[in-house]
Design a protein around this ligand. Structure first.
Ligand code: GLA
Length: 378
């Protein structure tokens, strides 16, 4: 067979591409041998939220990823009021104990989540049978029993606590929650004091979504200053960082500076980047919000297009550049989950979509965004 010059050239091009891709794969393998926690060990902790199902199944592949890439864990749900208490107030310790046993066994930094939140808590905590509110004294008693029991049980094992979650509303005012309506700022002040009295070594944080944005940041700073005036033992500020491809990443730098100027350590506590079309102009992470499923709102069922994959990697890269630049102020960056298949964003704010917000894909393989973050440190 006669081989033309053009054919030969095309073949050598193809060979070069194969060699280049093999080289790239080798480089990625070498980088992957390191793992994220090792790459960022001089910067901050790298965390993951773990579901009760991950803890209970102990799938060897996932356990291996957790041990290689992460040095901090947060329970995704199992330490919330509604998960820990029966209707009659008795305790359900199974999943939370298993979480702490897992973290202790693997020598991981552990964050408790969360002691005071308006969500995933039954109304009966706040209301009498006739629907009226219980008194402030009664709620204070419940709060004290809850916080001292759970913080006491895990004292010395959990290094940090998200003490209060999402007390600032999306309108820049304090959220009109049952907690706040009955107790006002004492809801927060008491929560921090109680946790601190029981475990003086625990690092105590306030945690919220969208608080990197200028308006909510200002409202949060005002609240933090009020708490500090009352000598509240608050040590850290959590930015959940449930963000999207369109998020203004620069807001994070401004916020890190503003929060740390109050003497607080900064944490990214629930990081993920939503790549699906946004269905709202409303603020994002309020957990009660739901929208209707439509096929055009779920465009990547068959896979993520290359250009979106690249946008995702770029967004993670720009964010981490800022975090590394301010590593003296940032203690920890925790992802809200390990791999895309189990992310809450497949069901929020629309049930049953296919989302790609994390660093590991649906087969628990590292994605381009993962390698981009390793590359940043090479
Ligand atoms: C909030 C809470 C988390 C979790 C997420 C959604 O951000 O802090 O515990 O419920 O919503 O998964």
């Amino acid at each position: 067979m006669k081989i033309s010059r053009r054919h030969l050239l095309a073949m050598s091009g193809a060979t070069a591409a194969i060699i280049a891709s093999a080289k790239l794969q080798a480089a990625e393998k070498a980088a992957a041998a390191t793992g994220l926690k090792e790459a960022y060990k001089d910067d901050f902790l790298i965390g993951a939220a773990l579901s009760a199902s991950i803890i209970n199944k102990q799938d060897p592949k996932l356990v291996a990823i957790i041990n290689k890439d992460f040095n901090s864990i947060t329970p995704e749900n199992c330490m919330k009021w509604g998960e820990m208490r029966n209707e009659d107030g008795s305790w359900k310790w199974g999943d939370a104990d298993a979480f702490v046993a897992f973290g202790s066994k693997h020598n991981l930094h552990m964050v408790g989540h969360t002691l005071g939140w308006h969500s995933q808590i039954p109304d009966s905590v706040f209301k009498n049978k006739d629907g009226s509110y219980i008194s402030k004294a009664e709620l204070e008693k419940k709060q004290k029993e809850h916080i001292t029991t759970i913080v006491g049980r895990y004292k010395g094992k959990l290094a940090a606590w998200d003490v209060v979650n999402e007390a600032v509303g999306d309108d820049g005012k304090m959220r009109d929650s049952h907690w706040y309506k009955i107790m006002g700022d004492d809801f927060l002040v008491n929560a921090f004091n109680l946790a601190h009295e029981v475990d003086p070594n625990a690092h105590l944080m306030y945690n919220d979504y969208n608080n990197e944005r200028p308006d909510k940041r200002q409202a949060t700073l005002d609240m933090l200053k009020r708490l500090q005036k009352r000598n509240t033992p608050i040590h850290g500020l959590g930015m959940q960082a449930h963000i999207g491809l369109e998020t203004n990443i620069q807001d994070f730098e401004d916020s890190i500076l503003a929060y740390s100027a109050l003497g607080l350590k900064v944490h990214l506590t629930e990081l993920d980047i939503d790549v699906l079309p946004s269905v709202w102009n409303l603020p994002v992470a309020e957990i009660s919000t739901r929208f209707e499923y439509k096929p055009e709102r779920d465009p990547y069922i068959k896979g993520l297009p290359k250009e979106v994959e690249e946008k995702l990697a770029k967004a993670y890269e720009s964010l981490f550049k800022i975090l590394v630049k301010h590593r003296d102020k940032v203690d920890r960056v925790t992802f809200w989950g390990v791999s895309d298949d189990a992310s809450w964003l497949n069901d929020f704010p629309i049930k049953g979509r296919t989302n790609y917000p994390l660093l590991f894909d649906r087969q628990q393989q590292p994605k381009p965004a993962y390698f981009r973050l390793l590359d940043l440190k090479r």
